[in-house]
Design a protein around this ligand. Structure first.
Ligand code: GAR
Length: 220
């Protein structure tokens, strides 16, 4: 088996998606290992979770830098110092400039709690409910300079249920996120997918796997 891909995770907060990636990477046959977690917010709860799991952490506080570029240079160096090959943004709430995004072109993933390209940006669940969609979900995609956009690697569909509030819908989607992100990182790290043009295609013999529904749809 080829070497496991070295992954750095970027967070800004709670880090529940980060935790799902750390957990998945414990499996000996998982094609990626998490080598560093970087937060742009000091005291982000995800930092303590990562440390408990024995993953090295770094805090690079964007407020401590005079410009976006200076912050991103420090971020880039932290990732290079850890020999990172792939980046996973997991609730990382900073927009990145073109220069950073291009340096990590097709090597940086992001998760967003909607079926992209619908409902990019903030207040995603509230806007999905306002639009009256029946199926919501989450997406893992390669990062481009436009927010929450880029070649789609994997998606999970989640039903909207009567009486849902933004919080209940968010919680249902978050469960799907925790299954989807490890699946998507596996696809990328194992070489099962690659970007062609601006879409993701499967290598010969590879299949996308079944769509996810969380919770499962009722029988009959
Ligand atoms: C997740 O729901 C993630 O999809 C979302 O932030 C949350 C982070 O939670 N990301 C975005 O909205 C990106 N535009 P977590 O810190 O527990 O993983």
């Amino acid at each position: 088996m080829s070497a496991r891909k070295r992954v750095g995770i970027l967070i800004s907060g709670r880090g529940s998606n980060m935790a799902s990636l750390i957990e998945a990477a414990r499996a000996p046959d998982y094609p990626a290992e998490i080598v560093v977690v970087v937060s742009n917010r000091p005291g982000a709860p995800g930092l303590a979770r990562a440390a408990e799991a024995g993953i090295p952490t770094r805090t690079i506080d964007h407020k401590g830098y005079e410009s976006r570029e200076a912050f991103e240079r420090a971020l880039h160096m932290a990732l290079v110092d850890a020999d990172v090959e792939l980046i996973c943004n997991a609730g990382f709430m900073r927009l990145l400039t073109e220069s950073f995004v291009e340096r990590w072109h097709d090597r940086q993933l992001n998760i967003h709690p909607s079926l992209l390209p619908a409902f990019r940006g903030l207040h995603t669940h509230e806007r999905a409910l306002q639009a009256g969609v029946r199926i919501a979900g989450c997406t893992v995609h390669f990062v481009r300079t436009e927010m929450d956009a880029g070649p789609i690697i994997a998606q999970a569909a989640v039903p909207v249920l009567p009486g849902d509030t933004p919080d209940t819908l968010a919680a249902r989607i978050l469960e799907a996120e925790h299954r989807l992100y490890p699946h998507a990182l596996r696809l990328v790290a194992s070489g099962a997918v690659r970007v062609a043009g601006e879409t993701v295609i499967f290598a010969k013999g590879e299949r996308p796997g079944p769509a996810l529904f969380s919770p499962p749809l009722p029988e009959g």
